[in-house]
Structures are given as C-alpha cells and as structure tokens.
Design a protein around this ligand. Structure first.
Ligand SMILES: C[S@@+](CC[C@H](N)C(=O)[O-])C[C@H]1O[C@@H](n2cnc3c(N)ncnc32)[C@H](O)[C@@H]1O
Length: 339
C-alpha cells in the first residue's frame, strides 16, 4: 500500500468538530480532507505520532478506505492490513483485537492468525492494538489505533471520580474562553481538577489558577492529579461551599462543570444552587471576562442565566456515551457580562 492511499482519522466526541479543526492549526502539514459526525480525516503524514499531542481528540487511527476492503477481501489481501499494523506497532503493543462484524467468521479468524504469526501479538479483548474493519457509507474502512490508550485518558488522571469530565471537553471549553490573553482563572466545583489542569497545562500565561469544591474527598483527588501533572505550584485549591460566597479575588475567566442530578448533589435544589453559582460568578468576574459552563442541565442553566446580567456568546452541543454506558447530551456555554 502506498502512503497516498492512507489517511489519519481523528476520533472525537460528537459536537467538538470545530474545536478539533481549530486545534489542527498547530500542525501546518496536516489539513482536514473529510468529516464524519465523530471524526475528522486528515492527510497521512509519516510522523503521525506527533498527533498524539492533540488535546481535543480522543483517538487517532491510521486508516485505508476502499469499496473493496470488506473482511473477505482483507482475508485474501492480508498485506493491506499488515502494512497498517507495521506502521503503528512497536514494543509497547503486546495484544490485539479486531473489531468487525462477523468476527468469528473463517475470514476474520484467518486475519487474526496472520496478525498473531506476523507481529507476534496475542489476541485479547482489552487489547493494546485496536484494529477495525468497518463499513462506512460509501466504502469499507480498515484502521489501526496508533496508541494503546485513548488520548483522552490523560497520564495525570491517577484519581477518577464519578461525574468527572472528559478532558477533551475540558480542553474544548477552555479553548473558547480567550485564555491566551487572560491572567486569572477560577474553576468553581473543581471536582477532580480536570478543567484547571487542562487550563494550566495549555496556557502558561495564566498566573492565578484557583479551584474550589465543598467536598474534601474531591479536593484530595484533585491534589493527586495536579501533583501528577506537575502543577502543584500553579494551581491552588480551596475547600469552599458556593453558598458561602468565598472571597478569592477577581478573575478574567470563571469556568464550571456544574453539579447535576443524583450523582453529585442528591437532595439539593439545583435551581437554587445554579442561581447562587451564577450570581457569585457575576460578582467575581472582571468586566471583560468570560464565564464558561459545561452542563447536561441545559434548560435549567439557560433559565437561570436569563434572569442574570450575562449574555450568551457561544454554545457547543456534545453527545457521547458515558463510562457507565449512558447516552448523554451536554452543552458548553460561554457568557460575557452585558455592558
Ligand atoms: C460535576 S462535578 C465536577 C467534576 C469535575 N469537572 C471533574 O472533572 O472532576 C461537580 C462538583 O461540584 C461539587 N459541589 C456540589 N455542590 C457544591 C457546593 N455547594 N459548593 C461547592 N462545590 C460543590 C461536588 O463536590 C463536585 O465535585
């Protein structure tokens, strides 16, 4: 297979496409060539591993597309897949899995035998090397994920909490807040610290990064993650309740992944909590500042905002399946003070 027949597929959360395309500007040799609801396809580059630096992308694959590339064609032309695996595989990969309809069929079994013998990999369910053969609308696609773990599983996340935010969404939210020209950043409801960590890693210009949460356990999870990210000197965390209106100074940007439903604030009145949060945000935000909110409670947040002095600047709607398998719809909203 020649490199002209290859593409790179950048898998992302549905709704984040504009963020992925924006982030690609970091790589002048890479440009979008096709789009799917949850992926941007870009031209193949030899040093495709540099794309693991993308923070809005969940998974990167090397793929080949052709109307002939169905499982029985690949079984008869195994080098099509062999070439892709050869580009990606290194000593890090010990196991592989083929995702494909009819994965018990003799064709797919013969492909698995070929991968086992040629690359000395062991077939496993939770595998390092992820291979797919999938029928897209006009063609078949054969692809290999270039890293054993998704890019969205950040190395700093040593502590996970239920209700934690996907880091690619945190990156997206931060990227809509003009942080390159900001100095101070407040993460209300900081939980395990995802938003503040993504901000401090990407924007070295931020000299005041503060988070607060009323749950001691969440603060200690966040401290673990912040330490792992090497940011313990840059991010300050406080154990505070929003209803106590903590005095932490003024900020250029205020962000929050607000508590929702059962998991985070059982028994609490969300409308009262969101009203306290929006009023507090208004009082601590500088006049040209930005307030960014991530929420699955879209109607409620918009109702509370409509009673405030904030105006909506940007909205992004995301859709994804949570770690427990639930289909979620959530929004990123960016507001400014009405002048
Ligand atoms: C959706 S979680 C944030 C998750 C976080 N973005 C992360 O990635 O880990 C909401 C957080 O709000 C906190 N919280 C709920 N009510 C609060 C209140 N009244 N004051 C301060 N924090 C509160 C919870 O303890 C929880 O950590």
């Amino acid at each position: 297979m020649t490199h002209e027949q290859l593409k790179i597929k950048l898998g992302h959360i549905k709704g984040l496409q504009s963020i992925v395309v924006g982030e690609l500007h970091k790589f002048p040799s890479v440009h979008p060539i096709a789009y799917a609801p949850e992926a941007v396809y870009v031209n193949f580059i030899e040093d495709f591993k540099i794309l693991t630096a993308l923070r809005s992308v969940a998974r990167v694959y090397v793929v080949a597309q052709d109307e002939r590339f169905n499982p029985s064609y690949i079984a008869n032309h195994k080098s099509v897949l062999g070439d892709l695996v050869g580009l990606v595989v290194n000593a890090e990969f010990k196991t592989f899995k083929i995702s494909c309809a009819g994965d018990k069929s003799p064709e797919v079994r013969s492909i698995a035998d070929y991968i086992t013998t040629t690359f000395k990999l062991v077939e496993a369910n939770d595998a390092d090397l992820k291979i797919h053969i999938a029928h897209e609308i006009e063609f078949w696609e054969v692809g290999v994920q270039i890293t054993p773990r998704p890019l969205s599983l950040r190395n700093y996340k040593i502590n996970n909490m239920s209700g934690a935010m996907d880091p690619t969404i945190a990156y997206a939210l931060n990227s809509l807040c003009q942080l390159e020209v900001a100095h101070s950043y407040l993460n209300i409801f900081s939980g395990s610290g995802t938003l503040a960590i993504e901000a401090a890693l990407v924007y070295p210009n931020l000299d005041k990064v503060i988070g607060f949460d009323f749950d001691k356990k969440h603060i200690s999870l966040a401290i673990g993650n912040i330490t792992e990210a090497g940011l313990i000197k840059r991010i300050q965390l406080y154990e505070k309740d929003i209803f106590d209106k903590p005095d932490l100074g003024k900020f250029d940007v205020v962000v929050a992944d607000v508590p929702f439903g059962m998991v985070i604030s059982k028994g609490e009145d969300l409308e009262q909590l969101y009203t306290a949060f929006v009023d507090y945000s208004y009082s601590v935000l500088n006049s040209n500042g930005r307030l960014a909110i991530y929420t699955s409670q879209i109607d409620l947040i918009l109702r509370v905002i409509s009673k405030s002095h904030f105006k909506l600047l940007t909205r992004l709607d995301a859709e994804f399946t949570s770690s427990v398998g639930a289909h979620l719809k959530a929004g990123i909203f960016v507001f400014a003070k009405k002048q």
